[in-house]
Design a binder for this molecule. Sequence first.
Ligand SMILES: *[C@@H]1O[C@H](CO)[C@@H](O)[C@H](O)[C@H]1NC(C)=O
Ligand SMILES: *[C@@H]1O[C@H](CO)[C@@H](O)[C@H](O)[C@H]1NC(C)=O
Ligand SMILES: *[C@@H]1O[C@H](CO)[C@@H](O)[C@H](O)[C@H]1NC(C)=O
Ligand SMILES: *[C@@H]1O[C@H](CO)[C@@H](O)[C@H](O)[C@H]1NC(C)=O
Ligand SMILES: *[C@@H]1O[C@H](CO)[C@@H](O)[C@H](O)[C@H]1NC(C)=O
Ligand SMILES: *[C@@H]1O[C@H](CO)[C@@H](O)[C@H](O)[C@H]1NC(C)=O
Ligand SMILES: *[C@@H]1O[C@H](CO)[C@@H](O)[C@H](O)[C@H]1NC(C)=O
Ligand SMILES: *[C@@H]1O[C@H](CO)[C@@H](O)[C@H](O)[C@H]1NC(C)=O
Ligand SMILES: *[C@@H]1O[C@H](CO)[C@@H](O)[C@H](O)[C@H]1NC(C)=O
Ligand SMILES: CC(=O)N[C@H]1CO[C@H](CO)[C@@H](O)[C@@H]1O
Length: 370
Amino acid sequence: MKQLYLLSSFLTSAVLVHAAQQGATCNSTTPCSSQYPCCSEYGFCGDGYYCLGGCNPLASNTLTSCKSSPMCSNANYTLSDTSRILSNYTYFNGNASEYDWVVEQGSIINTTSDGEPAIAVLLTESGGGTLLSSTRYVHYGQITARLKTGRWAGVVTAFITMSSIKDEIDWEFPGNQTTTGQTNYFWQGVIPAQTAGVIETGLTDTYSNWHDFTIDWQPDSLTFLVDGNVTRTVTAAQTTNNVTGVVQFPNTPSRIQLSIWPAGISTEPQGTVQWAGGMINWNDPDYVSAGHFYALFQSVSVQCNDPTTPSASDTSYVYGTNSSLDLPSIAFSNASTMINDAPALMGISTSAMSIWLGVSVALVLGSLVL
Ligand SMILES: *[C@@H]1O[C@H](CO)[C@@H](O)[C@H](O)[C@H]1NC(C)=O
Ligand SMILES: *[C@@H]1O[C@H](CO)[C@@H](O)[C@H](O)[C@H]1NC(C)=O
Ligand SMILES: *[C@@H]1O[C@H](CO)[C@@H](O)[C@H](O)[C@H]1NC(C)=O
Ligand SMILES: *[C@@H]1O[C@H](CO)[C@@H](O)[C@H](O)[C@H]1NC(C)=O
Ligand SMILES: *[C@@H]1O[C@H](CO)[C@@H](O)[C@H](O)[C@H]1NC(C)=O
Ligand SMILES: *[C@@H]1O[C@H](CO)[C@@H](O)[C@H](O)[C@H]1NC(C)=O
Ligand SMILES: *[C@@H]1O[C@H](CO)[C@@H](O)[C@H](O)[C@H]1NC(C)=O
Ligand SMILES: *[C@@H]1O[C@H](CO)[C@@H](O)[C@H](O)[C@H]1NC(C)=O
Ligand SMILES: *[C@@H]1O[C@H](CO)[C@@H](O)[C@H](O)[C@H]1NC(C)=O
Ligand SMILES: CC(=O)N[C@H]1CO[C@H](CO)[C@@H](O)[C@@H]1O
């Protein structure tokens, strides 16, 4: 209901109010101006890489301000191949053939555990957590991540899907509980009234053992599996809001995100800290000896199941011009997913930019104009 209200306000007020400056906050009631047209996944207006992964078409200047979203591709991503992971997403130009993953925050190292090459995603007290996003989107499909979680109170390991308008499907692992995993989903940022998170119990230690966690997201159902065993199924029909009749089921193209994040810190709400098992102990011997907390990701496999078959020239998804209020229309497109301007300049503050320009104008022009 709240969301419907917001979307209808969008229709009436969008033409009147725009978030005008770079870095201005944006949402569907106050979309971005034409000058800084793209509403980033974090809700700030800009251009360049702001128009790539996670850019919200409904909060951007027009429905076509965001670059189109790289289409799903069947794949088995081997994460130890770090050449396919761009270590800083602000340098991404939108070419999903060049990189499978971008690091949006934090850092990774590659490692081996029980003989299996993997990446470790790191969490430190000063640097915070680490978030990787796939460069391609999935619009329904079966996604399996092979991972080992952290084992520390307040430290959360996550494997999720996230759309540009905040449809979300989660496997999450609060670190003080290593024999459980939690499943959840959201529709446009809202937890459907009839459902909530579910705790899956009885797993063998998720810190010590590799497990395959699956999100099987189909147009009419959502199934969660561990090591090939179904633990939970939700049908789209079950998510119908019994007041509005709206089916509150994730239905927009989504990126895959892998992360470790600090939930047990003083800036998080008390409920989040509790959920995560309490405050992080930065004196934990594991942290002191390694210099970081971590989670391990070995691979991610994707089997796409688009509701319609793309034509050979299609490369991407776009949000349609006529989105119904509750179900944005999604279409295939052959429009470029790439930005052509200097992406790395967009994310830095004015003062940082002037220092940078002062010392290396030639380098910037030489290396960033694509
Ligand atoms: C949308 O953004 C505007 C401008 O920042 C803000 O005033 C408004 O409260 C936001 N609306 C919501 C629902 O967050
Ligand atoms: C991924 O691996 C599975 C299982 O080995 C295999 O059936 C499938 O064809 C692979 N997919 C791709 C795109 O390589
Ligand atoms: C780490 O990644 C690099 C680049 O992909 C690769 O050459 C190397 O073999 C990896 N190391 C391990 C231990 O997997
Ligand atoms: C995208 O990257 C691939 C792989 O690196 C490359 O072959 C291709 O030319 C790039 N596409 C464009 C348009 O730059
Ligand atoms: C990515 O690059 C930008 C611009 O140089 C920089 O401000 C930011 O700190 C970098 N992020 C990470 C995670 O290194
Ligand atoms: C409607 O949904 C609410 C919230 O889940 C539930 O408490 C209520 O019983 C439902 N009403 C009907 C008529 O199904
Ligand atoms: C399912 O769970 C059982 C134990 O409960 C396990 O033996 C089996 O390997 C799991 N996986 C599959 C695909 O059945
Ligand atoms: C983890 O933390 C939660 C919330 O603080 C608590 O309820 C639970 O008992 C803890 N679990 C373990 C295994 O310590
Ligand atoms: C891209 O799509 C448009 C509209 O469907 C079509 O007219 C055009 O031929 C396509 N371009 C390519 C290169 O396939
Ligand atoms: C085909 C389609 O998506 N039609 C929708 C266009 O927008 C109106 C208003 O939101 C909807 O009622 C239609 O269903």
